[in-house]
Design a protein around this ligand. Structure first.
Ligand SMILES: Cc1cc2nc3c(=O)[nH]c(=O)nc-3n(C[C@H](O)[C@H](O)[C@H](O)COP(=O)(O)OP(=O)(O)OC[C@H]3O[C@@H](n4cnc5c(N)ncnc54)[C@H](O)[C@@H]3O)c2cc1C
Length: 295
């Protein structure tokens, strides 16, 4: 397949060889065969060969060489949200929604829920994920996390499709209990009826915490806080804020954010990560996911 060719799979999924930089919030990453799947039949076909699932690309550093596996993007009905309350499962206080596709962008969903006066997920405001990626890592903040608003998850693997409830999973802080390769195709949300203005106030409050974060292209925080100490503070104390390698920069606003000034390569980002590890005296664990994995 050449760089520009577009083909269709047996079941009609669009297949295109594309730079993954286009799909990551860092704006870095080489080419892969991208499968745009819009229904369960196409998804099942996509899973017949080695694959990776791409969500909002907001936690990824993809190599300049790209990845050899097919990369799945959920589109069409798998990126749509049916927020109609299920009459059998909803009551005066609780709403259980219809299916929300794993490919739905989380920020737009959170805005819609606010307007409808539906609470439980507003603490995740400002996370630039898709629903599937946010569920897969149980993304959240101190004000709330994805598993605070889930009723059912639909999981697809090469072995088939199944529905699970959160009680059946070993979920916890930033983890869903799902294995790599489990595709979150759709979820149903469990929400609390509330006043839209109250939901908005809680969203605004949670959003305040992001004030110091850089607004440039980034995959979020680089390292986990080691033993409760702020990784950003350690990087700052090592005098590394504002350090630049190629097109990548340790943000002057916040040491735990690496940003793409334009034209950064994955190599530049890795060089900054290595420099931080070398200069900060304590072992640091990466918060980003690397494609392909290293070590
Ligand atoms: C500016 C900024 C702020 C951020 N703030 C926060 C924050 O406050 N809290 C927080 O928790 N995170 C935060 N993040 C990190 C990131 O948004 C989360 O880790 C998020 O869960 C990643 O979701 P995604 O859809 O972008 O997944 P991706 O980055 O595309 O993928 C991450 C992983 O999820 C898997 N995945 C994606 N979609 C699916 C799916 N449908 N089914 C199964 N697996 C899937 C991928 O295969 C990959 O393993 C931030 C990132 C940025 C850039």
């Amino acid at each position: 397949m050449t760089a520009t060719s577009v083909t269709a799979s047996r079941s009609g999924a669009r297949i295109e060889r594309l730079p993954l930089a286009r799909f990551t919030t860092l704006g870095v990453g080489g080419e892969a065969e991208v499968w745009f799947v819009g229904n369960h039949e196409q998804l099942a076909e996509a899973l017949e060969q080695p694959y990776r699932v791409l969500g909002g690309g907001s936690n990824l550093v993809v190599a300049d060489e790209g990845v050899p596996e097919r990369v799945i993007r959920l589109t069409g009905p798998l990126a749509e949200a049916d927020l109609t309350p299920d009459p059998e499962l909803s009551d005066a206080e609780t709403v259980v929604t219809g299916w929300v596709g794993g490919g739905v962008p989380l920020p737009g969903l959170i805005r819609k829920l606010q307007k409808l006066g539906l609470s439980n997920l507003e603490g995740t405001v400002g996370i630039p994920a898709q629903v599937g990626g946010a569920v897969w890592m149980n993304a959240g903040t101190r004000y709330g996390e994805m598993f605070g608003g889930l009723h059912t998850l639909e999981i697809v693997t090469p072995g088939g499709t199944r529905q699970v409830t959160p009680d059946e999973l070993d979920w916890g802080y930033r983890r869903s209990g799902l294995s790599r390769g489990h595709v979150v195709s759709r979820v149903r949300l469990k929400l609390r009826r509330s006043d839209p203005e109250e939901v908005r106030a809680r969203m605004d409050f949670a959003d305040q915490a992001r004030k110091g974060q850089p607004k440039m292209k980034t995959p979020g925080c680089a390292f986990k806080n080691p033993g409760g100490v702020s990784a950003g503070r350690l990087i700052d104390e090592a005098g590394l804020k504002g350090t630049r390698i190629g097109g990548a920069l340790i943000a002057p606003e916040h040491g735990n954010f690496i940003v793409n000034l334009g034209g950064a390569s994955s190599r530049d980002v890795h060089a900054l990560l290595d420099l931080i590890r070398e200069r900060v005296g304590v072992p640091l664990e990466l918060e980003y996911e690397l494609w392909p994995e290293q070590g």
